[in-house]
Design a protein around this ligand. Structure first.
Ligand SMILES: [Cu+2]
Length: 245
């Protein structure tokens, strides 16, 4: 009886930790195969405020940015890579597409680069109740790998800001915005954290056989540049920047 109680208590404690970890803003499906179109969601797990606190402020909008791949930082097997993303991924560009949906937020639109390729999206306009998850749907188009390369997987880091109060960047705090972003790019959108644990991620895994010379293959990671974050995180609505301001 006592033993069962201890087991139950330990399980309850570990479940509590698990749900806290998963309450960060993340993708519903963080790992997908190459060559496959996948419907996905950004899941907003909680409002603004101190992590772990029960007092939260509702999220009124979210801004999501994928690395554009053109001036992004590329890491191969943990080391900086000076070549291009095209050495591993042959069709990066216009990969995310937002699915129109007014279930959570009334307003939404895609963000595009100068060529019209979608690099992210935003949604907002009404508060998400603090005790509920908010699903912001999008589609990931099929990602194609350079099959002559040794790439085995590519992890894209996705920067997300969950906005609870519209402020200029000088007004950013854990009470006004949840920054699921890198901590060391040197932008006003950087997450204040000792660990670089902010961004959500999307990992694409290879389904075709590696060339024989590749061994176990290469693990590739892609992070956005500071220039891209500064350009693409703001929310533009009807030609006007509405956040930050
Ligand atoms: Cu969290």
């Amino acid at each position: 009886m006592y033993k069962q109680l201890v087991t139950f208590t330990l399980t309850a404690v570990s479940l509590a930790f698990t749900s806290a970890a998963f309450s960060h803003t993340r993708l519903e499906t963080p790992t997908i195969p190459d060559n496959t179109r996948v419907t996905n969601n950004v899941i907003i797990g909680h409002g603004c405020g101190t992590e772990g606190s029960t007092e939260r402020r509702p999220v009124i909008g979210t801004s999501v940015v994928f690395p554009d791949g053109s001036d992004s930082t590329i890491i191969v097997d943990g080391q900086p890579y000076t070549g291009s993303l095209g050495d591993f991924v042959t069709n990066w560009g216009n990969i995310p597409q937002q699915n129109y949906n007014r279930a959570v937020f009334d307003l939404q639109d895609e963000k595009a680069d100068s060529l019209g390729n979608v690099v992210g999206f935003w949604a907002g306009g009404n508060p998400l109740p603090v005790n509920m998850n908010g699903y912001v749907p999008f589609r990931v188009n099929a990602v194609q790998f350079n099959e002559e390369s040794c790439v085995s997987s590519v992890k894209f880091y996705i920067s997300i800001a969950d906005i609870c109060e519209i402020t200029p960047t000088s007004g950013f705090s854990e009470n006004t915005v949840g920054l699921w972003t890198h901590n060391s790019l040197g932008t006003p959108y950087d997450r204040q954290s000792t660990e670089d644990d902010g961004p959500a991620s999307l990992t694409v895994t290879r389904t075709s056989a590696l060339p024989a010379s590749c061994g176990t293959g290469q693990v590739v990671e892609v992070k956005p540049s500071a220039t891209q974050i500064n350009r693409d995180m703001p929310i533009i609505y009807n030609g006007q920047q509405v956040w930050p301001q």
